[in-house]
Design a protein around this ligand. Structure first.
Ligand SMILES: [Zn+2]
Length: 167
């Protein structure tokens, strides 16, 4: 699959377990091409630690100014946000783990508020279309959540955001 992004062409090899599809309103997303059980490793979280000044929009935050980022687009870059996600991003073990059973053709998602402190700062905040009962509608980053919302995410937070939990 060839995807044109940032004026460069990337030859993207999607692993057989996934399909990259266009989802109306969201852009490209990653669908499961097989079933996963709760607790399964769904995807690796690849990349190098880079400074915030050069991080791409797909990068995942690990500290105030460091992000996990890849030079080329990889399958995990297409995992969209959901307020009721089916995976969680583990920045220590570098993987996405299923937090519920995932069936073939379901979209793979994780909650961006569990990794990103301040998406709004980069102008990357967006209106959520996840349609879950607990949808927050506007996704701006962990910083903008209420204390109750932050505490609810406790089991899924990266160590960096865990350290930002109100005491
Ligand atoms: Zn939502």
């Amino acid at each position: 699959m060839l995807i044109k992004q940032r004026n460069e062409l990337f030859d993207l090899k999607t692993p057989k377990s996934f399909k990259i599809v266009y989802i109306w309103g969201k852009g490209l997303g990653l669908l499961a091409n097989k079933n996963f059980k709760k607790g399964d490793t769904v995807l690796p979280l690849r990349g190098k630690l880079v400074d915030v000044s050069i991080a791409t929009p797909e990068a995942i935050q690990v500290s105030e100014n460091k992000f996990i980022d890849t030079k080329y687009l990889v399958a995990e870059d297409f995992v969209n946000h959901s307020c009721s996600p089916n995976t969680t991003a583990d920045t220590t073990k570098r993987k996405f783990t299923a937090i519920k059973d995932i069936y073939k053709n379901q979209e793979i998602t994780f909650n961006y508020n569990t990794t990103e402190f301040d998406i709004k700062r980069f102008g990357g905040d967006f209106d959520c279309l996840c349609e879950s009962k607990n949808c927050l509608k506007s996704i701006k980053g962990f910083k903008y959540l209420t204390v109750a919302q932050k505490k609810k995410l406790k089991p899924f937070l990266t160590p960096f955001l865990y350290s930002k939990l109100p005491k």
